[in-house]
Design a protein around this ligand. Structure first.
Ligand SMILES: Cc1cc2nc3c(=O)[nH]c(=O)nc-3n(C[C@H](O)[C@H](O)[C@H](O)COP(=O)(O)O)c2cc1C
Length: 202
């Protein structure tokens, strides 16, 4: 993964515009992330978008490193988010590579981002990481252990999830005909020059 400061990818302005125009809707920051499980079957779930990793085009999310998605990402790092903005009636599908930054990750910058993301969460959001292991059979005694963890030092099972975009498909339903634009990253360097932009049929 390249962490060198990248230029804003050409699709960033459209996404920033959508986020701004839909800012009154809390759920406009919810999107669906699809991954591939170890049998090759698709799996998807809703996540909250937590902003971009500073100086990059990588989307950030938080998740429990004990979750099934964490195991899937470990096995196959491909992922795609599908994100619909109701007010402006547009969809972004952003595909790329997923990276889970866990408590053992060695990159100090990413570890610092993981801590900063933890610190920016609400108490209630942090408390979810004290819950019993996700996806395991429910044990009443184990489940009732929600407490407010240290707001500075993340719990070991707290993961910062990154999506490094390699292609973006932006569909705007407004307009007759609708507009659809595809952005493809051409090589490993993420700069504004490495993205190919093409209007395509909706
Ligand atoms: C509105 C909404 C927001 C959610 N946000 C997150 C999130 O930010 N991170 C997360 O790990 N799970 C989030 N979840 C729960 C996931 O959708 C999913 O149920 C959970 O992460 C387990 O997924 P997995 O078994 O595929 O790992 C959210 C669910 C909903 C309905």
């Amino acid at each position: 993964m390249s962490l060198a400061p990248s230029f804003l990818a050409p699709w960033r302005s459209s996404l920033a515009h959508a986020l701004h125009r839909n800012r009154a809707l809390a759920y406009a920051r919810y999107l669906q992330l699809a991954t591939i499980n170890k049998n090759g079957a698709p799996a998807n779930r809703t996540l909250v978008f937590r902003g971009f990793l500073a100086g990059t085009n990588h989307l950030t999310f938080v998740t429990d490193t004990r979750s099934e998605k964490a195991e899937q990402i470990n096995h196959n790092s491909q992922g795609e988010v599908c994100w619909y903005f109701p007010k402006t009636r547009e969809q972004f599908r952003i595909a790329g590579r997923l990276y889970l930054i866990d408590h053992q990750h060695r990159n100090t910058d990413l570890q610092a981002s993981r801590c900063a993301t933890w610190q920016a969460l609400s108490d209630a959001a942090r408390a979810q990481f004290t819950w019993a292991p996700p996806g395991q059979p429910k044990d009443a005694e184990l489940t009732v252990n929600g407490f407010f963890p240290d707001p500075i030092e993340p719990l070991p099972n707290f993961g910062l999830l990154l999506l490094e975009p390699l292609s973006v498909d932006h569909l705007e339903l407004r307009g007759d005909p609708q507009n659809r634009c595809r952005y493809l990253r051409q090589n490993d360097q993420d700069s504004d020059l490495t993205w190919l932009t093409q209007m395509i049929n909706p």
